[in-house]
Write a protein that binds this ligand. Structure first.
Ligand code: PLP
Length: 397
């Protein structure tokens, strides 16, 4: 049996289906099996093996087969040379930071990022590991340029940013980073590689939570770093083998199964979120809607350039109502579930009240409390209908 490879002459959808899968050599099964074994057979003379090598399968923490298949698929979808999959999106982010930074280095990061990134840079790496960090509103690349120091090693941005959906210019920030011999990592969780591929726009690394759109079914956690083999070998040895943030074979297998339908799901997420955003924006009782697909969004023009074919499935909005009414509205929803996370098949909503520790970093409309709404792939009419009936119950319609 010949190993089939799927290069870039094949489309995104074909690679989402086929890359990383092959006929199982032993059984002839056309889907590769889950290999739960911790260890792999050693060669006749193992005495000169590098036990920390990720090149050969030795032990599951060095790299199990399901993990490798998934890495092959994600590297292809993100357009990168190599990929590392780890136990969670946060394991991927912290793995990148801990592996590449050393004390005395300087990091610039987006003012709106996933909460763990904020805490790692704002509270841990700066105070315990002597890494200088500067929080910057990266929606304007001029702010990034101004924050550069001689020791700037890494710029980390998230676009669209969680939870304000702010958009940063990947291409321009990559140019700034490289002009100063710094690296750029981009958290691509909100867009997914279907809508945005940061490496093709000049970023050095894409980091993402596989827990969200990539798996897409709300039942497995994982994270990935995509980039050049040179840096990924360093990160693999540190983050995966020495820090140990390895993914389980079962989760890698589940995510491998989920990602096959990423293009189909993303099309529906894009379409449903656009409709939900337009519907909400048309209502008098809605205080604001933040969605990059709306012309009213400050980053809409840029999003049209760097996000194609769509703007993702997450939006934020607030009601012209008090705190309690926001919660009562959620309690009346029947199709949309009140739960954290995003990028699941089902619609999820979370009320972020007035006390978020990072509120001071958000635009003013977010200060009164708002919803982060991950629009699912249900029938659009049922999602809009659900919003409408709950708004009626709290007398806003
Ligand atoms: C959820 C999320 C993460 C963290 O991923 P986990 O898999 O939950 O660790 C990182 N970045 C963004 C933008 C996210 O939404």
């Amino acid at each position: 049996m010949k190993k089939r490879t799927y290069g870039n002459e094949y489309g995104f959808q074909t690679r989402a289906v086929h890359t990383g899968n092959d006929v199982d050599q032993e059984t002839g099964a056309i889907k590769r099996p889950i290999t739960m074994a911790n260890s792999y057979e050693l060669p006749y003379d193992p005495s000169d093996l590098n036990w920390s090598s990720a090149g050969k399968s030795i032990y599951v923490r060095n790299g199990g087969s399901n993990q490798k298949y998934l890495q092959e698929k994600l590297a292809s979808l993100e357009g990168g040379e190599d990929c590392i999959v780890l136990a969670s999106g946060v394991a991927a982010l912290s793995g990148l930071f801990f592996s590449l930074l050393k004390s005395g280095d300087h990091v610039i990061f987006s003012s709106v990022t996933y909460i763990a990134v904020y805490r790692l840079f704002h509270e841990l790496l700066n105070t315990k590991f002597n890494i200088e960090t500067t929080l910057v509103d990266t929606t304007d690349p001029v702010n990034v340029e101004k924050a550069i120091r001689p020791n700037t090693k890494l710029i980390h941005i998230e676009t669209p940013g969680n939870p304000t959906l702010m958009i940063s210019d990947i291409r321009k920030i990559a140019q700034i980073a490289h002009a100063h011999e710094a690296l750029l990592s981009v958290d691509n969780t909100f867009a997914s590689p279907f809508n945005q591929r940061p490496i093709e726009l000049g970023a050095d690394f894409t980091v993402e939570s596989l827990t969200k759109y990539i798996n897409g079914h709300g039942d497995a956690q994982g994270g990935a770093i995509i980039g050049s083999t040179h840096y990924l070998n360093i990160i693999r040895e540190q983050a995966q083998i020495n820090l140990g943030g390895v993914i389980s074979p079962f989760n890698a297998w589940l995510i491998m199964r989920g990602v096959v339908t990423l293009p189909l799901r993303m099309r529906q997420h894009n379409e449903n979120a656009q409709q939900a955003a337009e519907y909400l924006e048309s209502l008098d009782c809605v205080r604001f809607v933040a969605y990059p697909g709306l012309p009213s969004h400050a980053g809409h023009g840029l999003a049209r350039e760097q996000m194609a074919p769509g703007f993702g499935g997450v939006l934020s909005f607030g009601l012209k109502a008090d705190h309690d009414t926001h919660n009562r509205f959620v309690s009346y929803l029947k199709v949309i579930t009140s739960a954290v996370s995003l990028g699941h098949d089902e619609s999820l909503i979370v009320f972020l009240g007035e006390n978020d520790e990072r509120q001071y970093l958000y635009p003013e409309v977010f200060h009164k409390g708002f919803f982060r709404f991950s629009v699912g792939i249900e029938d659009s009419k049922d999602i809009l209908g659900d919003l409408q009936q709950a708004l009626k119950k709290v007398n806003l319609l």
